[in-house]
Design a protein around this ligand. Structure first.
Ligand code: UGA
Length: 437
């Protein structure tokens, strides 16, 4: 069976490789010539653990071919996956211009039946638009089925999540088309939910909104912990043991970022607003997340008695470890807020600056290594929990910082050790407790 995948970001590339692993012949289409050249040479244009070796394996086997020619991609298969981006517009709605462009190209190049599968996260109702865009571009009327197959992978563990999904969701208004797509996954053992398009899309939005709300919820409880000297990790593990709640996504910290949660939550709120539905819980989750940056920076400002003439060292620029993705990264918001309040910033990230030499952060001193960032600094501010930050020689840090202040935006450092070394250490909700302190 042949499959085509249009759009080779981390979702498209991972999806293409997953289908190769499942035994299909895949043509992947990428319009950015620089990215395309890299992929054709077996090089990833983004960082994602484990993907590199699979890419080389399937290029060598010939099970995966990259092309810039969308017509070749469309001619190759009856099943065409759309995996292009749907970024946020200023009002929170999704920019569907890439989806529209690809839909029109599919219609224009179509010469026989196609099942078009939308994997990109798109607002409810988009399927009808895609059908219309394809139909209008067709040279003569040809049959097409629309299917929705949302993705649930996380950056940094994209390959594992794709090969070991909790569930697969397939939506279509045509049961036969849904069945064709379902059969692609016949060798996978997870539950497969088959439903209509809007329901499938809403499963995706609801999952992301629920996970983000869970994090905002525990972050709010973290503030209560700070006020009363309770320990947030013990609270989280205490409630997480309740099977109805579960232990995941209860790590308190500086909040969520990335290319998915902020965009999908904004889109969900926007979809509600368009229909007179005020999604209060989701809006509050968004607000708590925005406020969390200020919560940490108020602490910073208080501890340093103002930020004028103070240097803050930011550790981690990507929105989470094991990725070079900086979209909606909390670090960028922290940097802007520290600068707005008069402080200067030094920043270190083990990957982002190497992968993105074009990245400009005005006024920020980019440190060459971890040590370079803390020298003479007034605050060691950890924002992304890269593994190497857990192996720091804190004795050396104590010697070389100007002010022994540590803010831990991910509650990952050893609070007891740092305090015993003489640091003023703050995470969130980590004043007391016996597990981590
Ligand atoms: C998220 C979802 O987890 C995936 O299921 C979904 O497929 C994806 O969005 C998407 O829609 O494409 P991702 O954004 O890659 O995946 O990363 P997550 O691991 O979910 O982390 C998101 C943010 O939440 C990060 O900034 C992370 O640091 C933060 N987070 C996560 C917390 O602050 N606390 C937690 O307990 C967990």
């Amino acid at each position: 069976m042949n499959i085509s995948v249009i759009g080779c970001g981390y979702v498209g590339t991972t999806t293409a490789l997953m289908f190769c692993e499942l035994g299909y012949q895949v043509v992947a289409v990428e319009k950015d010539s620089k990215k395309l050249a890299m992929l054709q040479q077996g090089k990833l244009p983004f960082h994602e653990p484990g993907i590199d070796s699979l890419l080389i394996k399937h290029l060598h086997r010939g099970s995966l071919v990259f092309t810039g020619d969308i017509e070749e991609g469309i001619a190759h298969s009856k099943i065409i996956y759309i995996t292009v981006g749907t970024p946020s517009l200023p009002d929170g709605s999704s920019d569907l211009s890439f989806i529209e462009e690809v839909s029109r190209q599919i219609g224009a190049a179509q010469n026989d039946y196609k099942a078009v599968v939308i994997k990109s996260t798109v607002p409810l109702g988009t399927v009808d638009k895609v059908r219309e865009w394809i139909g209008k571009a067709q040279k003569r009327p040809l049959p097409v089925d629309l299917v929705v197959n949302p993705e649930f992978l996380r950056e940094g563990s994209a390959l594992y999540d794709t090969m070991h999904p909790d569930r697969i969701v397939i939506g279509s208004d045509n049961p036969e088309a849904a069945e064709t797509v379902k059969q692609l996954f016949h060798s996978m053992s997870c539950p497969i939910i088959v439903t209509d398009c809007n329901t499938a899309q809403l499963i995706k939005y609801t999952a992301n909104a629920f996970l983000a709300t869970k994090i905002s919820f525990i972050n709010e409880i973290g503030r209560v912990c700070d006020a009363y000297g309770a320990n947030i990790e013990e609270v989280a593990s205490g409630v997480g043991l309740d099977h109805r709640i579960g232990p995941h996504f209860l790590r308190a910290g500086i909040g969520w970022g990335g290319s998915c949660f902020p965009k999908d939550i904004a889109a969900l709120i926007n979809m509600g607003n368009n229909n007179g539905i005020n999604l209060q819980i989701v809006q509050s989750a968004q607000q708590v997340n925005q406020d969390q940056i200020g919560y940490f920076i108020d602490r910073l400002e208080g501890e340093l008695h103002g930020l004028n003439n103070k240097t803050v060292s930011i550790y981690g620029i990507s929105f989470k470890p094991e990725t070079d993705d900086i979209r909606e990264s909390p670090s960028l918001k922290v940097i802007a807020e520290v600068q707005r309040r008069g402080g200067t910033v030094a920043a270190y990230d083990p990957m982002v600056f190497d992968k993105h030499p074009e990245l400009k952060l005005p006024g920020v001193r980019v440190a060459r290594n971890m040590e370079d960032a803390w020298k003479g600094s007034d605050c060691f501010f950890l924002i992304t929990e890269w593994d190497q930050f857990s192996k720091i020689d804190w004795g050396q840090v104590m010697q070389e910082m100007r002010t022994p202040l540590v803010l831990d935006g991910r509650n990952v450092l050893d609070a007891r050790k740092l305090r015993s070394l003489g640091f003023r250490y703050y995470g969130i909700g980590r004043k007391t407790g016996i597990i981590h302190e």
